[in-house]
Design a protein around this ligand. Structure first.
Ligand code: NAI
Length: 333
């Protein structure tokens, strides 16, 4: 089977070539993103392997079908970038990697929280300039603070386990509550209660049509003044303009983003020689209490190993058994 990779980085090649020693597929790598314009590059492939910022809309899927592509293998958990209805109509089957190392993203979430909380991003730069003053670096203890998790699937739960170790009170909202979260001492509450009571709010739910801009001006206004907001989930969950206004007024005290609404134009690329064209991203980067990372929550040795293994075994299951446990059903959309 030939698998055409899109948006492939050197590390994708390293981990997939290693995993492929057990599978023997023909892997072809392109750093080009997948869209309707680039779908023709999949000619001769039975499957394409796509990532978070590829655009698998109806036009793209139709063009893939024209090339004879039968399967789309997402090498990520989220699937908001795929028009699942169009895929089903075209008979293209879509698989993903639902549960690779949730601890990778959970631990990155904690790295963001602890960096902002103790200002280590600023301390690092200060000390390198031989400035050992502490003014402006005052933090707060995580112990005893209330953390609201929106989404308690694999990553939300892994985050809750770590936060419990810090002595935090755990609240969560999830339409499908988990007994595991309650066993950790956490309580399910409404979104309004999360906003009203949480010192830190962390997003761990998928992006869907219904929850686009879940964190908008009204939601932010309902939060505690000075709240810390963390998004390692999907950029579209947060209305960036409202977040900027709230940072200016102090309503948001700290903002950590591993994902950004318009990230597909910027993330995973070196643009250091170019002028930043996105005014909102530029503005966000001027705040001392904003920490942005370029969608690296998943980026650990353990996670990449699992992503490669699971992606290739998903395609093997589809081709050999005609079904795969990690196939995305249309009703999930
Ligand atoms: P999961 O499927 O295990 O859990 C998602 C949870 O969110 C489920 O319990 C579901 O019931 C809940 N949920 C759905 N809609 C909701 C809503 N409107 N409000 C509250 N909860 C809702 O997914 P997992 O593995 O925990 O991943 C969560 C998200 O993290 C993914 O959808 C993806 O967007 C993001 N992610 C980010 C990565 C990164 O590198 N920053 C890497 C992997 C995933």
């Amino acid at each position: 089977m030939k698998i055409q990779f899109y948006s492939a980085q050197s590390y994708d090649r390293t981990f997939f070539d290693k995993a492929n020693q057990h599978f023997g597929f023909a892997l072809s790598y392109l750093d080009t993103p997948l869209s309707a314009k680039t779908a023709s590059l999949a000619a001769g492939a039975q499957a394409v392997c796509a990532f978070v910022n590829d655009t698998l809309d109806e036009a793209c899927l139709y063009a893939l079908k024209q090339q004879g592509v039968m399967w789309v293998a997402l090498r990520c958990a989220g699937f908001n970038q795929v028009d699942l209805e169009a895929a089903a109509e075209l008979g293209i089957r879509v698989v993903r990697v639902p549960g690779y190392s949730p601890e990778a993203v959970a631990e990155h979430t904690l790295a963001l929280i602890l960096t902002l909380n103790r200002h280590t991003h600023r301390a690092y730069n200060r000390v390198r300039e031989s400035n050992f003053q502490l003014n402006g670096l005052l933090g707060f203890n995580l112990h005893g603070k209330t953390v609201g998790l929106i989404g308690t699937g694999q990553i939300g739960l892994a985050t809750a386990r770590i936060l419990r170790g810090f002595g935090c009170h755990l609240l969560a909202f999830d339409p499908y509550p988990s007994a595991d979260f309650e066993a950790l001492g956490g309580s399910y509450v409404t979104l309004d209660e999360i906003y009203a009571q949480s010192d830190i709010i962390s997003l761990h739910c998928p992006l869907s049509l219904e929850n686009h801009h879940l964190i908008n001006g009204a939601a932010i206004a309902a939060m505690k003044p000075g709240v810390m907001l963390v998004n390692t989930s999907r950029g579209g969950l947060v209305d960036t303009r409202s977040a900027i206004l709230a940072l200016k007024s102090g309503q948001i005290g700290y903002l950590a983003l591993d994902v950004y609404e318009q990230e597909s134009e910027f993330f995973f690329r070196d643009l250091s020689d170019e002028i930043m064209s996105d005014d909102d991203l530029s503005r966000l980067m001027t705040f001392p209490n904003v920490l942005i990372t370029g969608h690296q929550g998943f980026f650990t040795e353990e996670a990449l190993t699992q992503i490669a293994e699971i992606t290739l075994s998903n395609l093997q299951a589809l081709s050999e058994q005609g079904e795969c446990v990690n196939e995305i059903n249309r009703h999930l959309d």
